[in-house]
Design a protein around this ligand. Structure first.
Ligand SMILES: [Zn+2]
Length: 213
């Protein structure tokens, strides 16, 4: 893939995120690994108006190259690519149900087997820290240990993937799980699956693409 194609894919993913209803306005951001760094959506520009040249490149030392400022959240994208070699794309959204649970600093437990698509028996919630800070990034990285997604307290969620397509699909699934968990909590105490069962499901997902519909 060329750099121009990847820039176009990032914009298409950001626009799709809003069209799918998992993000509103300009609150989220999208990035993809490129060369020794990554490409990320710019700060404060509506996705419908974003052109390939507006996408910002951040190099291995965290230096931004482009005509616009990178998303204010570029720091956790930077640390995710640095710390997780398997990740090639990151989607960050303030989707309604994930953010609702995050505002109560709630993790998503193993109430449904699909929680395993995030890599384990829960989707953790990173404690609150101010947006754009190193502290937020450090807390997000801790919540992402052994996981592909996490919630951010009083903020939103992060989903990662081997591609923009898989990161977006995971973001959609995490939001669906947060909605289902929220709904289940309205009528009772959800029955949680055992650690052994979740280990078995995580294992099954290694050879079965649970996000392909
Ligand atoms: Zn955010």
């Amino acid at each position: 893939m060329t750099e121009l194609q990847l820039r176009k894919q990032i914009i298409a993913t950001a626009q799709r995120m809003n069209a799918l209803g998992i993000n509103r306005g300009k609150s989220g951001n999208v990035s993809a690994r490129w060369k020794d760094g990554f490409l990320v959506t710019p700060s404060g520009l509506p996705y419908e108006e974003t052109k390939p040249a507006d996408i910002v490149f951040i190099d291995a030392k965290g230096r931004a190259k482009g005509k616009r400022a990178p998303s204010s959240e570029w720091r956790f994208h930077f640390d995710i690519y640095h710390g997780k070699s398997e990740v090639h794309a990151v989607v960050h959204t303030h989707s309604s149900f994930a953010t609702t649970l995050a505002c109560l600093e709630m993790a998503v437990p193993a109430f449904h087997y699909m929680v395993a698509v995030a890599g384990g028996n829960s989707i953790r919630c990173a404690p609150y820290a101010t947006f754009g800070t190193q502290t937020l990034s450090d807390r997000a990285l801790r919540a992402l240990e052994g996981r592909k997604a996490c919630l951010l307290a009083n903020h939103g969620m992060i989903a990662t993937g081997e591609s923009l397509k898989s990161a977006l699909a995971l973001a959609v699934e995490v939001e669906a799980l947060c909605e289902q968990y929220w709904r289940a909590l309205q009528i009772g105490k959800p029955n949680l699956l055992s650690d052994d069962e979740m280990i078995a499901v995580v294992e099954k997902f290694k050879t079965y693409n649970a996000l392909a519909r």
